[in-house]
Design a protein around this ligand. Sequence first.
Ligand code: ATP
Length: 583
Amino acid sequence: MFKTLKRIINWCGDLKSKLYIGFVFSFFSHLFSAMPIMVAAYTIGLLITSIQSGKPFDTKWVLYSFEMIAGLVILRFAFDYMRSKFQEGISYELVAKDRLAIGDALKRVSLGYFEQNSTGNILNSITTGLNVLENMGIRMVDDFIGGYLNFLVVFLCLLCFSPVTALIALAGVVASFLFLLLISRYSTKNAPVETKAGQNLQEAVLEYVHGLPTVKSFGQGGASMQAMKTAARENRDIRLKIEYGFTPANCGHLLMLKIASVALAGAACYLGLTGAMELPIMLMFVFFSFSIFASLEPISDSAHVLSVIDAAMDQIDALKEGNFIDSDGKDIRLSNFDIAFDHVKFGYENGREILKDVTFEIPEKTTTAIVGPSGSGKSTICNLLARFYDVNGGSIKVGGHDVREFTCDSLLSNISMVFQNVYLFNDTIRNNICFGKPDATEQEMIAAAKKARCHEFIMELPDGYDTVIGEGGGTLSGGQKQRISIARAMLKDAPIIILDEATASIDPENEHLIQEAISQLTKGKTIITIAHRLATIENADQILVVDDGRIVQKGTHKELIREKGRYLDFIKVREEAEGWQIK
Ligand code: ATP
């Protein structure tokens, strides 16, 4: 509990001073919310005393007390306003920074990280975890520290008027604190379980939504709902179990405070009736006893929420401090863009070896086609060049520098990738095209779109370049999405292009436009293509034939068709498929 409070305060970093100033305002706000009752009680006490003694009551005192109460109420709201002005913005600022920091961190981890940390887990941390911190973090610290600070002042006041009542109040708070420790211990144990249940639910919902088109096409709604239903049920059961688990301690905490209130009122009455306390003071104490612990009552919730926040902060820290693969990387400016794989060995996390001693060179401004059977390792070669993963043996050099010498940003500034499965963001076409160069001018953006053969269809859309294209580019055809992704790569204008040619058949019109766009994109660049079209393969300066993680043949089309081997077999199959003739 205290560890989490300290953790949240440290999380505030440069904004700590705002937090502390907020505590001062919070303290006065609590104090002024209790004082009107005391004034009212004291006035009633004076009235009763004057009636009892037969002396006339000074009615001016009623006016004074009314003015005092009004003043105190105004002060209470003014201090509360100042507290929120200082404290409320802190979480929003820090959480916004954290979200960006996580986004930045995720760019710098190996893609293997995402195989070990599910999307649901990451999403849960960025949304639910940070939301808890954003909405509750500072409030819990304020409730906790403000609550006890407030009690300290009340305790000192009580001590001045009547040490006995002060000790009763202190005993109540100590007893309630013991229950608080119980809640905290219980919640610390269960908060990670609760978080995990939330992650599982989020993951199941994501999976269900992503799979909806398949669900619909196979008419299997019932089966696919099952995982989500199970996760929802488990989430409900775990939350209920945890809630019921700490309810007794929660009640115990409140009960101790209420018993102390009653004892305090009883002690004040006893002291008043035995003449040890003046009547107005006694009444003030009796009235006050009902609100004296008001600032401590919500703390039982804080103890549980603090444990949930602690678990969320663990997750967020783990994401922010992910295993960066470029911690020692530098910003390197290249003078050439030759690529060299030297005895590269690689296997995915805890898996078998996929690339076995791969060696080849690609001189800059040449085109290399990679061909080979499905699963032979073609995409893996491209992923390693972009350093999505690190090699297990050997080295990969770009422009004479090992890819491990670069920061991820610096390496990827030299590379554009055009994938078969294009991903477009749920944003305007303009922002999707400018993704690789956000500061591009309108003219540059339109020029790239024209070269990528997408300007015409974009202009026919209702909002032109400002058309929002839906998540994953859902409102566009496959060919249109591909051309937009080519425009995006064109605008980035990177010297190395990694291209994964579409295997799926696209209509001839689109195919023709895409080929035109690609030839515009690749002019004068270093190209590495996972090639499927025979025209691309034939025109390449170099062909790498990959089989079972090895380069089994290397050369131009003319050289390779003269050899007996995998390439000739491959071409024959393509020949049959495309009606090609070996030239
Ligand atoms: P295709 O032509 O079908 O796209 P490919 O030649 O590009 O295949 P890769 O995608 O490089 O082949 O895959 C090579 C091997 O690595 C395959 O056996 C595949 O199952 C495995 N593999 C690919 N990605 C991963 C991954 N993320 N984790 C574990 N294994 C993987």
